[in-house]
Design a protein around this ligand. Structure first.
Ligand code: KG4
Ligand code: ZN
Length: 339
């Protein structure tokens, strides 16, 4: 079996298409939507429209660049959820139409599982089991990965995702959406110990980021009342200090998860794993503990169809196909441990 699969990702504000042959990703075409910058967040209706405009183009480009005839595809894959319903519908409908028209099987992919499976795109790949900290704009999860298609969430956020905390803090600072990468950039030149923000005292392996967001808002409101130029004069230190605390909160639970599960192999996934502060903290801790650590290449951290293609490959091998009645799910859950 050497399946050739076309994968489509459209869960949020990236329209992406990728091809995978026999488990090797051939390409990864991404059209990012700049339209949301001016609104300080993704506007769902605008996202759906932009997906509709982009989807033909990215699929066509993926096929042309890899010199693949659409009739040679063995299956069509798409992101079923979680994500914005209107955005998911564009990808799902396109994939279904193509599968129906070509008489090819359909594969539906869980977006968060795909973030984890991005680790199998290139060598070195983790062995099983491993612990994955999946951090994105919509999720913050600690996942025990037992096999490609066997994952269990052992901790997750009770409110905001960590990417959301980055983006909301950036918005408070007057930075455009998505602010996470900008906070990362300014933090490079700042003093991370200049200001301190409160963590969260959540039992077990769950996270909470709503408290730090509120504390950040009040801190700035008070400072700006005294000095209207406070943000401009201290931007790098503010970003570095906030980033340090967010990274500490993630690291604290990651260390706890390693202790409690005994799984001594960790991976980072999702958009926030592009963050330099987080990457450095994980590298530092894992090397001091002699724990193998896996961090995806930058293009596979944020949303992309290559990871959907990778997940689709494993589903194809397992014979887990979808039928044409499959509907996208905005709030698609992963299995969660009862402990
Ligand atoms: O995985 P992703 O592309 O989309 C979702 O599935 O949500 O993650 C997007 C999130 C956004 O919140 C963005 O601000 C954040 O990842 N992000 C970062 C960085 N790059 C992307 N956050 C902090 N530092 C970064 N370098
Ligand atoms: Zn994502």
């Amino acid at each position: 079996m050497h399946p050739l699969i076309l994968a489509i990702e459209s869960s949020c504000d990236e329209t992406s298409a990728a091809l995978i042959r026999n488990g090797k990703v051939l390409n990864n075409i991404i059209a990012s939507q700049r339209i949301h910058e001016q609104f300080g967040g993704v506007v769902p209706e605008l996202a759906s429209r932009a997906h509709q405009q982009n989807i033909w183009r990215v699929v066509d480009q993926a096929l042309r660049e890899a010199n693949v005839d659409v009739h040679d595809l063995d299956a069509i894959a798409f992101t079923r959820g979680p994500g914005l319903l209107g955005s998911l519908l564009v990808g799902a409908s396109f994939a279904k139409g193509l599968a129906l028209g070509l008489g090819k099987p359909l594969l539906d992919v869980h977006h968060m599982q795909a973030h984890v499976l991005a680790h199998f795109i290139d060598d070195p790949v983790p062995s099983f089991p491993f612990l994955c900290l999946t951090v994105s704009g919509g999720h913050t999860q600690l996942v025990v990965v037992r096999n490609h298609l066997d994952m269990e969430v052992i901790g997750e956020t009770r409110d905001d995702a960590v990417g959301e905390a980055f983006d909301k803090a950036a918005k408070i600072l007057g930075l455009p959406y998505p602010g996470g990468p900008l906070i990362d950039r300014y933090a490079q030149e700042g003093n991370p110990k200049r200001f301190s923000f409160p963590g969260a005292d959540i039992p077990g392996l769950d996270f909470s980021f709503s408290g730090i967001k509120t504390a950040f808002l009040y801190f700035l409101r008070d400072q700006v009342a005294v000095n209207p130029n406070f943000i401009a004069e201290n931007l790098a230190d503010i970003c570095a200090s906030l980033q340090r605390q967010l990274v500490n909160m993630l690291m604290q639970k990651l260390r706890k998860a390693v202790r409690e599960t005994g799984i001594r192999q960790v991976a980072l996934a999702g958009g926030v794993s592009a963050n330099r502060g987080l990457r450095a903290a994980v590298h530092e801790w894992t090397s001091s503990e002699n724990i193998p650590c896996f961090v995806p290449e930058l293009q596979y951290c944020t949303d992309n169809a290559a990871m959907i293609a990778m997940a689709a490959h494993f589903k194809y091998l397992a014979g887990e196909f979808a039928d044409l009645t499959v509907a996208p799910l905005a709030g698609m859950e992963m299995e969660r441990s009862s402990a």
